[in-house]
Design a protein around this ligand. Structure first.
Ligand code: SF4
Length: 365
């Protein structure tokens, strides 16, 4: 299952060795037993949520993992944070293989890898004050338990760092707006001075007007604290503002990965092109009317029974016989081009980039 992307791992390992990667995933795989409705609740099938994912996250940079709901992004995020055990594969953090560390051996890394969750409403305990919520990691994970005065000082500093006021320390979650609650979640994630933040859809539950404020906050914090980010997102306009690298995921696999400009300006995989065409990305008015909207037919297939060959073939307008039988490896078409998993990589219909080809509707057959 993990073989094609493991090939890329071999191919790119020497390149990656030259990079200062804080986080590296190789052939990361997670399968869940699916329990049917039988009386004994025995596993009846396997959900192939993540299949052989390779990722390199350079220190101090932002990698965005994008794709439709259910493609395996959030599972990948939890595997990277070691909140889930992988079925196979490896996660290396700061040159240490953390894949199978015991809970105790994982403790120093837990402090350095923190998560920000999607929903600022459900991720905060409504019965705890903002101060208590932000202080919890300090109490639970600090090597030396801080004094009460020291803890309140640290909490006030953290609240101010994320744009809240020190007097917010005694307020409860229901007294804050959605954006403020997400700021509390970010302050909690920063309490142990992590190196890596993994943010699962950090702004998708917020009003559009607030989203930009949180994105700007994340960017400022990255500059100030030298943080490394993995951002899980389906909103490509958000990703464009914050990502250095973009990995596109479809049905548990990375189908295209490159720098932000490579993926946005020169996407080569039909699925990426469809995602881009649906995103409200600002384009000059002269080009707006000529932008093609690629409408994919059908829903994403089930990860319980993925299609043969290229998993995207039932929805792809370029599919040919080979696509139905052979799974394309994630590889570079030429040494100058970023990796893509497609037998026929190339520019989108009309061949002049996703924001400039004539208005048309492309459907699968
Ligand atoms: Fe489409 Fe074939 Fe490429 Fe898959 S391999 S994305 S079906 S052209």
């Amino acid at each position: 299952m993990a073989e094609p992307q493991a090939q890329l791992a071999d191919q790119t390992r020497s390149e990656a060795a030259g990079e200062d990667n804080l986080l590296v995933a190789r052939a990361l795989t997670k399968h869940f037993a699916h329990r049917g409705a039988n009386l004994a609740r025995r596993p009846t099938s396997v959900v192939r949520a993540v299949n052989g994912v390779d990722l390199d996250v350079p220190r101090g940079r932002t990698l965005a993992l994008v794709g439709e709901s259910g493609c395996g992004k959030s599972t990948t995020a939890r595997l990277l944070a070691r909140l889930l055990e992988p079925t196979a594969g490896q996660v290396t953090f700061d040159d240490t293989d953390i894949t199978h560390l015991t809970r105790r051996d994982m403790r120093p890394f837990r402090r350095r890898i923190q998560m920000i969750f999607q929903d600022p409403y459900s991720s905060l305990n409504p019965r705890r004050s903002a101060g208590d919520i932000v202080a919890t990691p300090l109490l639970v994970n600090s090597e030396h338990k801080p004094t009460r005065a020291d803890m309140r000082r640290q909490v006030r500093e953290l609240l101010e760092l994320v744009g809240l006021r020190a007097e917010h320390i005694n307020r409860f979650p229901h007294e804050f707006s959605g954006g403020q609650r997400q700021r509390i979640g970010i302050a909690r994630a920063l309490a142990l001075r992590p190196s890596l933040l993994i943010a699962d859809e950090p702004v998708s539950a917020l009003d559009v007007s607030v989203q930009a404020q949180i994105v700007n906050l994340l960017r400022d914090l990255q500059r100030e604290l030298g943080l490394t980010y993995v951002i899980i997102a389906h909103d490509l306009s958000l990703v464009r503002h914050i990502a250095d690298q973009v990995a596109v995921m479809y049905l548990g696999k990375i189908v295209e990965v490159g720098s932000r400009d490579e993926v946005y300006e020169n996407s080569l995989h039909p699925y990426t092109q469809a995602l881009m065409s649906a995103a409200p990305i600002p384009v000059p008015p002269t080009e707006r009317r000529r932008r093609t909207r690629i409408v994919l037919g059908g829903d994403p297939p089930s990860p319980i029974d993925p299609p043969s060959g290229c998993h995207f073939h039932p929805r792809c307008w370029k599919a040919q016989d080979i696509c139905r039988t052979q799974d394309p490896p994630l590889s570079r078409p030429t040494s100058e081009i970023h990796p893509v998993a497609c037998h026929f990589p190339g520019p989108p219909p009309a061949g002049r980039g996703p924001t400039s080809y004539p208005l048309a509707l492309v459907r699968d057959s």
